[in-house]
Ligand binder design. Structure first.
Ligand code: NAP
Length: 205
């Protein structure tokens, strides 16, 4: 997801500060981004704290279980910044979520980063969809949830740059539904070999 999001939003007017554990993969990703568009602004960062200190918007493209550790590293430098939660907190057997029914991965992240503006986005879009985010000739819908209006607008622009149709679904608690929606799509994929690339196209424009 980190690579897919970085590649897709490199088409926009963003300076990408990319942090990954595998330096060779990160270098290859940056080469690919620049080969596609030599004006793209992307660079590797050695440390997540430094990357988040420089960034205005932070996207955590890691498993839910890793967010606690990363949040503790970036808490101070993510103050007042937008932090995008893309995680689906699936259990190991993909038949449920590890979060309780009265919360979500996004709300748990907001508790860990109380002074940041956590926004849920990209959890309902499969990594493979980013190369062609189109269903039946129409942009796939991508749902967003959060409590800060300005941050929702900023993230909608990012989602739109990535090629999806941004739909603000509600406040951060709506993340519970969004995370369960993706659990359902994954379960349908497993049960019926449902088209994993279908994604969501609920609203017709
Ligand atoms: N795949 C999808 O289609 C999809 C769709 C929507 C949302 N999501 C969500 O997107 C997130 C990433 O999923 P993914 O499919 O991209 O997973 P992935 O391919 O396994 O990538 C996860 C990345 O997180 C890194 N990571 C893991 N633990 C870490 C830690 N403690 N500190 C720093 N980095 C850590 C991994 O680094 P290493 O490689 O070094 O382990 C890896 O680069 C998940 O929360 C998932 O629920 C995925």
């Amino acid at each position: 997801m980190g690579s897919a999001i970085a590649k897709s939003i490199s088409k926009g007017n963003y300076r990408l500060l990319l942090k990954g554990n595998n330096q060779a993969s990160l270098d290859a990703l940056i080469d690919e981004i620049k080969a596609n568009d030599n004006t793209a602004d992307a660079e590797a960062m050695a440390c997540s704290t430094e990357a988040c200190w420089e960034a205005d918007i932070i996207i955590l493209a890691v498993p839910f279980e890793a967010e606690k550790e990363i949040a503790s590293k970036i808490k101070e430098v993510a103050n007042q910044k937008i932090v995008i939660s893309i995680a689906n907190p699936l259990n190991k057997t993909y038949d449920g979520l590890v979060t309780a029914a009265n919360t979500s991965a996004a709300e748990e992240l907001q508790k860990l980063l109380p002074n940041s503006k956590v926004i849920k986005a990209f959890n309902t879009t499969f990594a493979a969809d980013f190369s062609t985010p189109v269903i039946d000739g129409k942009q796939a819908d991508a749902f967003i949830a959060g409590n800060d209006e300005e941050a929702l607008e900023t993230v909608s622009e990012i989602v739109s740059t990535a090629g999806f149709n941004p739909i603000v679904a509600g406040d951060l608690s709506v993340s519970r539904t969004l995370e369960n929606m993706q659990l359902l799509l994954i379960q349908l994929g497993i049960k019926y070999n449902y088209n994993w690339l279908a994604g969501w196209k609920i609203l017709h424009h």
